[in-house]
Write a protein that binds this ligand. Structure first.
Ligand code: FPP
Length: 250
């Protein structure tokens, strides 16, 4: 097995995004409540954050709770909310020590005051950190992101009486949740499903998509290395031909 440390810096992704799927099935297999699967998932989340930080990957964006996850049984939603508060409270100081900058993306207004407070506290504590940029998508949906960006752009255009022709892709991009970062290079989804599930639909236009059957709580350092290894073998063409890319690299 080639370790992530052996992959050359040039072929490492700068920005990784992850759909951490399979917590429920991991718990079901062990006859445990789904909440136990989410709790076990936190360990895998901690590991990938540490792996990204130690490999000097610039940004990691993880899908913790989608805008559609509110439709899950109330008991599961409740247990996820309290897991978020306890995890943020327990982890944020350690993340701060590791120079990680934490940011939440999504509509935070639907969360309890307690959760909003821990989100704000963690963002404030880590905002000047210069290491890994950790984005936690919570009550996030890609369609919501495009909608909120369009609304803000529309308001600003009205204020300045700007012409409709001033709207181009870059103009809208500036209002999206991850406008401060380069587009994701590598998308990882665990749990065997091969879909994007309304995550970062604008930003994933040219991202390399990697799907693995491993359930999220079982996603190990070796699984992460394998994903990086797979990514290192991809030729990123961005609409050009393979020959053009090969000539550029020559
Ligand atoms: C999807 O698996 C997982 C989630 C909806 C929750 C993921 C959250 C964590 C791992 C906690 C991370 C905590 C913080 C604070 C970042 P699923 O329940 O859909 O699994 P299934 O497909 O097997 O049912």
């Amino acid at each position: 097995m080639i370790k992530a440390a052996d992959i050359s810096e040039q072929t490492l992704p700068r920005h990784i995004v992850v759909v951490m799927d399979g917590n429920g099935r991991w718990a079901n297999k062990r006859l445990l409540p789904r909440a136990a699967g989410h709790k076990a998932g936190v360990n895998a989340t901690r590991s990938i954050v540490e792996n990204c930080a130690s490999h000097k990957i610039e940004a990691l964006t993880i899908f913790a709770f989608s805008s559609e996850n509110w439709n899950r049984p109330q008991a599961e939603v409740k247990s996820l909310m309290s897991l978020f508060v306890s995890t943020i409270t327990a982890e944020v100081k350690k993340l701060h020590k590791k120079n990680v900058c934490v940011k939440f993306i999504g509509d935070k207004t639907r969360f309890s005051d307690k959760l909003q407070n821990s989100i704000n506290t963690s963002e404030l504590l880590t905002e000047n950190n210069t290491g890994l940029q950790l984005n936690i998508a919570a009550n996030y949906g890609g369609r919501w992101d495009i909608m909120q960006a369009s609304r803000k752009l529309y308001c600003d255009l009205q204020k300045t009486n700007a012409d409709i022709d001033s709207i181009d892709e870059d103009a809208l991009d500036k209002y999206l949740s991850l406008s401060h970062l380069a587009a994701p290079d590598l998308f990882i989804r665990t749990g065997g499903e091969q879909r994007i599930s309304n995550f970062l639909i604008w930003q994933l236009a040219y991202t390399e998509l990697y799907f693995v059957d491993t359930l999220w709580p079982d996603f190990s350092d070796d699984d992460f290395s394998e994903a990086l290894q797979w990514y290192a073998g991809r030729q990123r063409r961005f609409g050009k031909t393979g020959q053009q890319i090969a000539e550029q690299g020559a």
